[in-house]
Design a protein around this ligand. Structure first.
Ligand SMILES: Nc1ncnc2c1ncn2[C@@H]1O[C@H](COP(=O)(O)OP(=O)(O)OP(=O)(O)O)[C@@H](O)[C@H]1O
Ligand SMILES: [Mg+2]
Length: 344
C-alpha cells in the first residue's frame, strides 16, 4: 500500500525541485508562518498593492519565485501581475527602450496566451466580444489562469493599444504602456511588473548587465502607477559598485529568511505530499509525511541545508531519494537513501 503511495508521488514528481512557475506557488508554505516576527508575505503583498518598487532578495534556490507565484499567482486579488522575461535580452537588458519593447510585446501575449481567448460571440448584439476562461492542469496540480485578463475591457484595450500604434521613442512607448494600464486601474487593480529571471543572465557578462539594468534600464517604470518586483540575488548586493544604484530604485526590500528548523522543512515536504495524495483517490484522506519519509531522513536533509545546500537542492535530494526508494521496492524514505543520494 505504502509502496503504491511512494510510486504515485514519484510518478507525479511530487518533490520536483524546479516546478513550473504556475505550480510553485501552490507548494509555497508562507515564510511568515515558519518563524514569528518576519511578515515576509504580508510585506510583499502590501508593497505590491501600494505600487511600490520591491527588491526581492535571496540566494538562488531560496524561494523568490515560490513567493512571487504564491502571492501574485492566478488567484491573487487586487493585482494585475505582468511577468516580463528579460533574461533573453542579455546585454540589451541595459537598454531602457528595449525593456519597454519587451513589456509592449508581453502585455498582448498575456492577453492571448495565459489561457484566455478573445473570441467573437455571434449570439450577442453587435461586435461584442467575450473572453473565455480556460483552465490548465499540470502534473496533478490544477492551475487557473490569472483572473485579471478575464475582464474583457482590459484584454481589448491592450490589444488595441499595442497593435494600432507603433511607438518609436521611449516617451511614446511609456505612453502606450500607460494607456494599457488604464483599464487595469479602472478595475481597481494594481499592475505589478515582475522581473524574476535576472539570474539567468550569463555569468561572464552578468556584472555589466546587472548594473545597466538596475542602474538605468528599468528606472522609467517609476513614472507609471504600478508596482515593480525584481528578484535580486544576494550577490548583486554584495558588489559595492552596484549596491547604491540598486537600492535607490528598489525602495522596498523584502529579504527571504532561512528555513528555521527541521519541522519547517518537514512542512514544506508535507505540503507536497498532501497536494499529490489528494489526486489519487477522492476517498483517501490526505497522507502524512511520516507515512512516506522517516523523521531521520528529514533530519538528514536539514543537515544538508545547514551545511550550505539551497532549499532547491534539498528538495532535489528528496526527489532522488524517492526514486531510489521506489526502485528498491521499499515503502519509506529513510536516512540511508538520503545519504546515498548525497554521496552520489
Ligand atoms: N516557502 C516555501 N515553501 C515551499 N517550498 C518552497 C518555499 N520556498 C522555496 N521553495 C521550493 O524551493 C525550490 C526553490 O525555490 P525558487 O525556485 O522559488 O527559488 P529562487 O529563489 O527563485 O531561485 P533562483 O534565484 O535560482 O530563481 C522550489 O522547488 C520551491 O518549490
Ligand atoms: Mg527563481
Amino acid at each position: 500500500m505504502t509502496l503504491a503511495r511512494l510510486k504515485l508521488l514519484s510518478d507525479q514528481y511530487a518533490f520536483d525541485a524546479t516546478p513550473r512557475i504556475d505550480d510553485v506557488g501552490v507548494y509555497h508554505v508562507p515564510f511568515e508562518s515558519m518563524s514569528a516576527g518576519t511578515p515576509v508575505e504580508r510585506r510583499f503583498r502590501g508593497g505590491a498593492l501600494r505600487g511600490e518598487r520591491i527588491a526581492l532578495i535571496g540566494d538562488s534556490g531560496s524561494g523568490k519565485t515560490s513567493l512571487v507565484s504564491h502571492i501574485l499567482g492566478p488567484t491573487a486579488e487586487a493585482v494585475a501581475p505582468v511577468l516580463v522575461p528579460v533574461h533573453s535580452l542579455e546585454h540589451n537588458a541595459t537598454k531602457e527602450n528595449l525593456i519597454a519593447d519587451m513589456i509592449i510585446l508581453q502585455l498582448p501575449r498575456l492577453a492571448r496566451e495565459t489561457g484566455y481567448q478573445i473570441k467573437d460571440n455571434n449570439d450577442s448584439i453587435g461586435e461584442k466580444r467575450q473572453v473565455t476562461r480556460l483552465s490548465r492542469r499540470s502534473r496533478g496540480v490544477s492551475v487557473q489562469s490569472p483572473g485579471w485578463m478575464a475582464r474583457a475591457g482590459i484584454a481589448e484595450q491592450i490589444e488595441r493599444q499595442t497593435t494600432t500604434t507603433e511607438p518609436n521613442t521611449l516617451v511614446d512607448k511609456i505612453e502606450v504602456i500607460h494607456q494599457c494600464l488604464q483599464p487595469i486601474h479602472g478595475d481597481e487593480l494594481m499592475p505589478v511588473f515582475v522581473f524574476d529571471d535576472t539570474d539567468r543572465w550569463t555569468a561572464a557578462a552578468e556584472e555589466t548587465i546587472v548594473s545597466g539594468f538596475f542602474g538605468n534600464a528599468i528606472r522609467w517604470l517609476a513614472d507609471l502607477q504600478a508596482s515593480v518586483v525584481v528578484a535580486t540575488h544576494t550577490r548583486y548586493l554584495e558588489s559595492t559598485r552596484q549596491n547604491s544604484n540598486l537600492l535607490t530604485f528598489l525602495d522596498t526590500q523584502v529579504e527571504l529568511p532561512r528555513i528555521p528548523s527541521i519541522d519547517q522543512l518537514a512542512r514544506i515536504l508535507q505540503q507536497r505530499v498532501q497536494i499529490h495524495s489528494g489526486h489519487s483517490n477522492g476517498d483517501d484522506p490526505a497522507w502524512q509525511l511520516e507515512d512516506v519519509v522517516e523523521p531521520s531522513a528529514i533530519e538528514e536533509l536539514y543537515k544538508q541545508y545547514e551545511q550550505g545546500s539551497s532549499l532547491r537542492t534539498v528538495i532535489q535530494l528528496a526527489h532522488m531519494a524517492l526514486v531510489e526508494t521506489v526502485d528498491a521496492n521499499k515503502d519509506t524514505i529513510t536516512s540511508r537513501e538520503i545519504q546515498a543520494v548525497v554521496r552520489a
